[in-house]
Design a protein around this ligand. Sequence first.
Ligand SMILES: [Ca+2]
Length: 188
Amino acid sequence: MKWDASKAHVEPDDGVTVMEAEHFANNVAAPDGHQWVFAKADAEANASGEGYMKTNIKNAMPFLGKTLDLKARLDYQVEFTKPGPHWVWARCYGEYRFNRTLYCGLDITNTDYGKIEVGWEGLTWKRSGKFDVAAPGVRTISMWLNHDALVLDKIIVTSDENYKPTQEAESSDGAPTGIGPAETKSGR
Ligand SMILES: [Ca+2]
């Protein structure tokens, strides 16, 4: 797929790029049929924006393919203006208590930093490890689903290690639970 850089979310001066999960640039199904699908926001899910993305299959399988090319993914375009270390926050949850992992990555490559352990008490914010953006420009941020019954509402890419998406209430494991800031403008 050829990207349209004019549709990228442009990293603002504060280094906090906010994207609704449902505003993906590309949605790629896994070979086994797993895929992210859109669901409209409703009061129960407490979603931000028009809705959220969730898995289409609920088999409670422990892992969906061992490598990233075997997992369903969503791609987002970010025009980075502040090269250097970044972190990804995901507002997400998993219905199954023990199998709840997302992976995020830069430019569709396998990474050590990308593992995000998802909560199970409704939508909460969880953060990835550190990844490095070497130079300014449009890059691809991807989100892979590693388990069934996952929900992804919103994504924030930040250059500030101490950033928190919201100071509102926290879940019992200390994760922020609020909706967080408004989406960063793009050419959409
Ligand atoms: Ca959303």
